[in-house]
Design a binder for this molecule. Sequence first.
Ligand code: G6P
Length: 367
Amino acid sequence: AYDVEHGEGGHMWREMQDQSAAAERVLRGRLDERFGTAHLGGLNMDARETRAIRRVKILGCGSAYYVGQMGASLIEELARIPADAEAASEFRYRDPVIEPDTLYVAVSQSGETIDTLLAVQEVRRKGGRVVGLVNVVGSAIAREVDGGIYLHAGPEVAVASTKALTTMFLAFSLLALQLGRVRDLSISDGKRIVAALQALPDQVEEVMSLSDSLVEVAEQLAAADSLFFVGRVRGFPVAREGAQKFKEITYRHAEAYQTSELKHGPLALISAAVPTVAIVPQDELTDRNVGALHEIAARGGPLVVVTHPGVDLGDVPCRRFDVPRSERELDPILLTLPLQLLAYHAASHLGLDVDKPRNLAKSVTVE
Ligand code: G6P
């Protein structure tokens, strides 16, 4: 178990602390400041093939699936290619149509997750092109794909993925940037993203330094039997990943919802006993998100808000945590980090084995 007094130790803790360095590793040698692009030689795709892509389909399981949803947004925003993510565990069972002008992307830390591997094989069997975002070099998925991006996160031992997830997000950013620049993304937009990516490792460090200030709130959340994590658009996969982390290591029921959908159902469950963790970035939806916070507060729901400096939350009673802003497309990763810390501190406070939650394996290699 852990030194609850200090609330720090073990693999997950160390892996969270390694995230800034891992971010540097995945970016190293891949950014081109002059042309505002990324160089990903391992994709094995030339400019003609890149321009021919009409759709991107991302496949992964667990946290890799949620970061895949973040990646889909990045690709749509930067490269203007329709993109979506799907749970790899479901993919092959619906006899999917494999299109020659779709780029399939398999995301996996271990490279051994059987559901993701079988999804890759389904794509290849039907003649599709699939690339991998994989951490473990030479793993089954890395060997099976047509090309890919290694994550260079280093070994990840804790079941709950932290630094691998961060490098997945950055690998998607690089992929979106390269796809975008070969297509219609302007050089100035490319340079804007390159500069923001270069700043991210330090910003990751800055968010990790919030750790102590999150302990008390995490302990309060640990006392609840049920919680909501809410966000919209770019913030929704952040909420999904936050809920996943929280439930997998604290064993509390944590459910992610689109903030916009609260009024269509879950608002009925909000009470003083059901806290909500809300993702409220500075973006085109800030005002609407703040409106939803009022709805939650009016029903007595305790609120924890992860937001950006300068966002006006009005008089909503809440515990607020500000993360630094990046470019809006890249904001999700910095918004995700406090949720790792919340889950970590809550589980440590409960005296649970943070690194090895019950019933779960780091990599699931049998169906
Ligand atoms: C397991 C782990 C999750 C992980 C998922 C995908 O379910 O418990 O933490 O996100 O597998 O693993 P992968 O190695 O494919 O990224």
